[in-house]
Design a protein around this ligand. Structure first.
Ligand SMILES: *Cc1c(COP(=O)(O)O)cnc(C)c1O
Length: 371
């Protein structure tokens, strides 16, 4: 058994191999360009990304953490403001809030979907604390209920920055995530649904004003070249990564469709097992396929013996991590569903280049563990 090649949870190298000729040609074109910073590849990627979103403005950035930070700042979040985020997410969501000078207010997740629990948000909204913004995270590839959230944003006057880092192309009510909020952030880390071959990120917004603010912030706060109108940063997207992302974007919808096929194969194979599978909406793009079980660690070890590598993405909720303890106090709402998810969730291999054979090995492993 040990001479089997491992089935990896994600496989960016397989994605390169699948599109090697196109990527090599794109890199060659970028190397032959004239501007290596904010040149024609970045402009073309931004235009194509906005087109793929169905209109609006896309801004290429250095990574997803910066994208969340700059979206918050461009939406007017000020130092000292409170920003609601789920505690079950990539730590980067919280990092970005703190980097923007704001204070995260941790919210729980719905135990059925693992997404931001609106009841938990409601508890904060009816309290004395005024949220300047909320960051719904479309975690694992599934959309938060954006219709309800935007209605509440209107009533309570908070900004909404969607963290779409795990959900490029996911839909809520037939519309792409990222088109609901005041701004949206995407990571293009290599393992994401739209992955570069290095670090990259995108901000998206329907507002020209917000887009122009992000454009300025990504380059030293310049509105006019060499004149900083505010303290910005350097979060430019690289030309080579932009060239790669243009190729990957052309394959994104097909890749997401392949993820859905694999998810439905897992679904039917696991339908009789005593495991938790998330309740899934149409429009899920399966950045991850998660299962929940009290025997999570044993299952992970059992699969590893069979060369199937499963992932524990979030072993600890953010509010338990040393760097973020200072944002937890007596006003913090109940976060037990997030703690439970950190204890029980396991991410099975999920990427568009899994072969049928590899999918079968994952299924065999999980089914035989529970047999
Ligand atoms: C990956 C990720 C980020 C951070 O993106 P980087 O590109 O690594 O900075 C932020 N939020 C979520 C939900 C993510 O999954």
């Amino acid at each position: 058994m040990s001479d089997l090649t491992p089935v990896f949870p994600a496989n960016p190298a397989a994605s390169y191999q699948a599109h090697r000729e196109e990527i090599d040609a794109a890199l060659k074109a970028a190397l032959g360009g004239t501007n290596y910073i904010l040149g024609e590849q970045v402009s073309a990627f931004e235009r194509e990304y906005a087109e793929w979103m169905g209109g609006g403005y896309a801004v290429g950035l250095a990574n997803g953490t910066d994208a969340v930070e700059l979206c918050l700042r461009a939406c007017g979040v000020q130092p000292g403001d409170l920003v609601g985020i789920p505690t079950h997410t990539a730590v980067a969501t919280a990092t970005a809030v703190v980097r923007a000078g704001a204070r995260p207010v941790f919210l729980d997740i719905n135990p059925e979907t693992y997404l931001l629990d609106l009841a938990s948000l409601e508890k904060v909204l009816v309290s004395e604390r005024k949220l300047a913004a909320v960051v719904p995270v479309h975690l694992y590839g599934q959309a938060v209920d954006m219709k309800t959230l935007m209605a509440w944003a209107e009533i309570h006057g908070f900004q909404v920055v969607e963290d779409c880092s795990q959900a490029h192309g996911a839909l809520w009510d037939g519309c792409k995530v990222g088109t609901f909020g005041h701004a949206a952030a995407y990571s293009c880390y290599p393992t994401k649904n739209l992955g570069a071959i290095g670090d990259a990120g995108v901000a998206f917004t329907l507002s020209l004003e917000v887009a122009e603010h992000i454009l300025s912030l990504r380059q030293y706060g310049w509105r006019e070249r060499y004149i900083s109108s505010e303290v910005g940063m350097n979060s430019r997207l690289d030309e080579l990564q932009a060239a790669i992302l243009r190729v990957k974007l052309r394959h994104l919808d097909a890749d997401n469709a392949r993820r859905r096929v694999i998810a439905s194969q897992y679904d039917s194979a696991f339908s009789t097992l005593e495991i938790m599978r998330p309740s899934v909406h149409e429009g899920h793009v399966f950045h991850q396929y998660t299962i929940g079980t009290d025997r999570r660690d044993d299952l992970k070890a059992y699969l590893a013996e069979r060369q199937v590598v499963a992932g524990i993405l979030y072993p600890q909720p953010i509010h338990r991590q040393p760097a973020y303890l200072e944002y937890v106090d007596e006003s913090t709402v109940d976060l037990s569903a997030s703690e439970e998810a950190c204890r029980t969730l396991l991410c099975l291999p999920m990427h568009p280049h899994l072969s049928d054979d590899e999918v079968a090995r994952v299924i065999d492993g999980v089914v035989s563990f529970f047999a």
